[in-house]
Design a protein around this ligand. Structure first.
Ligand SMILES: Cc1cc2nc3c(=O)[nH]c(=O)nc-3n(C[C@H](O)[C@H](O)[C@H](O)COP(=O)(O)OP(=O)(O)OC[C@H]3O[C@@H](n4cnc5c(N)ncnc54)[C@H](O)[C@@H]3O)c2cc1C
Ligand SMILES: NC(=O)c1ccc[n+]([C@@H]2O[C@H](COP(=O)([O-])OP(=O)(O)OC[C@H]3O[C@@H](n4cnc5c(N)ncnc54)[C@H](OP(=O)(O)O)[C@@H]3O)[C@@H](O)[C@H]2O)c1
Length: 495
């Protein structure tokens, strides 16, 4: 199904490159400079010689989660920014950072200014568990923790207490959960030469955390992570990994599931191997990673010292029920067990948030759409929101790797091209759309200081210079003030 959709989008992209001629440029605004936004801009520029693309982002820095999500010890994943930089530097493309849709400019305004608006602003909030005690101190979302160690300016003040606790519980077993476990457990000498934020490195150097629990509501045959990432965490130097062998018992449905899913089969094999190859003598100060399966969080426990701090998680044991492979869900058994801890990281998924005037499917946490075309609502009678498109996590939900957004962008761009060819987006009778000039006038009137791609390159150079002093690829500027100070005093709109 997915392959067929990709094939159809590609066919459309090839067919329509030069066939659409308009009397004025096709003015496109892409909101968000993460992978979805950058791939959309790239495909749009390539497909239509008349497209003029402006990318806006609320941060002074581009590239979304490639900068603020991808782990510091995954430098190879970040190489894609070279490709994204070439897109932003294209003669028909501009980047305007420090511009927030929803506060600096509204969706209605953007739609008036541009023929096409593509929303690719990701998922900047968190799913919640909705269980008692969720607001206790020491309970953080993985998103906040990741922002903190990756130098996102909104994560700078998180200041997690890793010094007075010895145990952390991570809820969820996806790749983000594995990332945060690895950052907590990996020797800091190995992190020191990455682009990890310096405030995070100092805190991790003083960490007294010795035990990390990775807790899943389902079993080892359903774990949401991928093999490379699991191998990496299992391979951390001098780490004692434990998995209860009884959790590795497979039901016939699990076996069916594993037969048809190579990734899950590989994960299960790795976990089985890890369960049987524990070191016989765990050292006194050795760090431990404990996988816990078949437990769903029921409530958080508060410490007795009235500080409002978390002291543990109460879990309900689960069994899997479901009609078939891949559809098994965790069901509570009525049996409970707690795990004492000083910190909880909820890694149960990100969540997108709507802006004013944007149709939103609150149940799925996405913008309702048909192949990237925004729909007015989620009903069967929904109509298309003309000129409005969506891409990336905001379109599909918070799953998929960087490359997934390339296929997603191809689909959205081929929808745009189809609509352009039908003549719906640029009318010969309507007044021309002001596009970039209109946006810059509006932002100027509101005293919004935009950050151009040239300005970002100044931040980039400064970070690389600071990094070279510490044998790091870069030292991220991690406050709004530092970031904006590093840009030029005057506003440069040349790229
Ligand atoms: C912690 C983590 C680690 C990951 N590691 C990897 C990895 O190693 N390899 C891999 O392939 N994939 C990885 N991924 C997945 C990958 O990062 C995502 O698939 C991808 O970033 C999603 O792209 P996006 O453009 O939809 O969203 P994002 O990358 O989140 O980009 C959204 C952009 O929109 C901007 N924005 C938000 N709100 C507004 C607003 N109101 N106005 C203007 N701009 C706004 C943001 O600043 C951001 O730049 C990781 C994901 C996470 C969460
Ligand atoms: N290195 C990489 O390539 C990399 C790194 C990081 C992220 N990513 C990608 O980014 C995407 C997002 O990753 P993610 O880890 O945030 O999401 P994810 O892969 O969807 O994992 C979410 C985890 O949370 C659990 N969960 C969800 N709701 C829960 C609840 N109410 N109670 C208990 N557990 C709950 C899920 O369990 P169930 O399975 O039972 O639902 C799952 O274990 C993924 O596609 C991932 O592959 C890639």
């Amino acid at each position: 199904m997915l392959k067929r959709r990709i094939f159809q989008s590609r066919r459309w992209l090839c067919r329509s490159f030069s066939s659409i001629i308009h009397s004025e440029p096709v003015r496109v605004c892409v909101v968000g400079s993460g992978p979805a936004g950058c791939y959309t801009a790239e495909k749009m520029l390539k497909a239509s010689q008349q497209a003029q693309v402006d990318i806006i982002d609320r941060l002074p820095t581009p590239f979304g989660l490639v900068r603020s999500g991808v782990a510091p010890d995954h430098p190879e994943t970040k190489i894609v920014v070279n490709q994204f930089s070439r897109v932003a530097q294209h003669e028909r493309c501009s980047f305007f950072g420090n511009v927030t849709l929803g506060s600096n400019v509204s969706l209605a305004e953007l739609r008036k200014l541009y023929h096409v608006v593509v929303l690719a602003y990701g998922a900047e909030s968190d799913r919640s568990l909705g269980i008692p005690g969720e607001n206790l101190k020491g309970i953080l979302s993985a998103r906040e923790f990741v922002w903190w160690y990756n130098g996102h300016p909104d994560g700078r003040n998180l200041d997690p207490d890793l010094k007075s606790i010895d145990t952390a519980v991570i809820l969820g077993q996806g790749n983000v959960a594995l990332d945060v476990a690895r950052i907590l457990l990996r020797p800091t000498t190995e992190l020191a030469t990455t682009d990890i934020a310096s405030h995070a490195l100092s805190t991790l150097e003083e960490s007294s955390i010795r035990v990390v629990y990775l807790v899943g509501r389902r079993g080892p045959a359903q774990a949401a992570c991928t093999a490379k990432e699991l191998r990496e965490v299992l391979g951390i130097k001098n780490l004692d990994v434990s998995i209860q062998e009884s959790d590795l018992h497979l039901t016939p449905t699990d076996e069916e599931e594993l037969k048809s899913n190579r990734i899950h089969r590989r994960i299960f094999e790795l976990l089985s191997k890890a369960a049987t190859s524990r070191p016989i003598h765990a050292g006194l100060n050795q760090r431990q990673l404990r996988f816990v399966f078949f437990r769903k969080p029921d409530s958080f426990q508060e410490s007795k010292d009235s500080t409002g701090h978390v002291s543990g998680v109460l879990f309900e044991k689960t069994v899997l029920k479901g009609v078939g492979p891949g559809k098994q869900i965790a069901v509570g058994t009525g049996e409970f067990e707690d795990l004492k801890c000083g910190m909880v990281l909820k890694s149960i998924g990100y969540k997108s948030v709507p802006v004013d005037g944007l149709p939103f499917d609150h149940k799925k946490g996405i913008v309702p759409n048909d192949k990237g075309r925004v729909l007015s609502d989620t009903s069967d009678t929904a109509v298309l929101e003309e000129g409005l498109y969506v891409c990336g996590w905001l379109k599909r939900g918070p799953t998929g790797i960087v490359a997934t957004n390339l296929y997603c962008a191809e689909e959205t761009v081929s929808s745009i091209l189809e609509d352009l060819e039908k003549g719906g987006l640029i009318s010969s009778t309507a007044a021309p759309k002001p596009g970039r000039d209109g946006l810059l006038n509006l932002l100027h009137d509101r005293n919004v200081r935009t950050v151009s791609f040239n300005d970002w390159e100044k931040i980039d150079s400064e970070e690389k210079r600071l990094g070279s002093l510490r044998n790091k690829p870069r030292e991220k500027l991690a406050t709004w003030n530092e970031l904006l100070t590093a840009t030029s005093e005057g506003t440069d709109h040349s790229t």
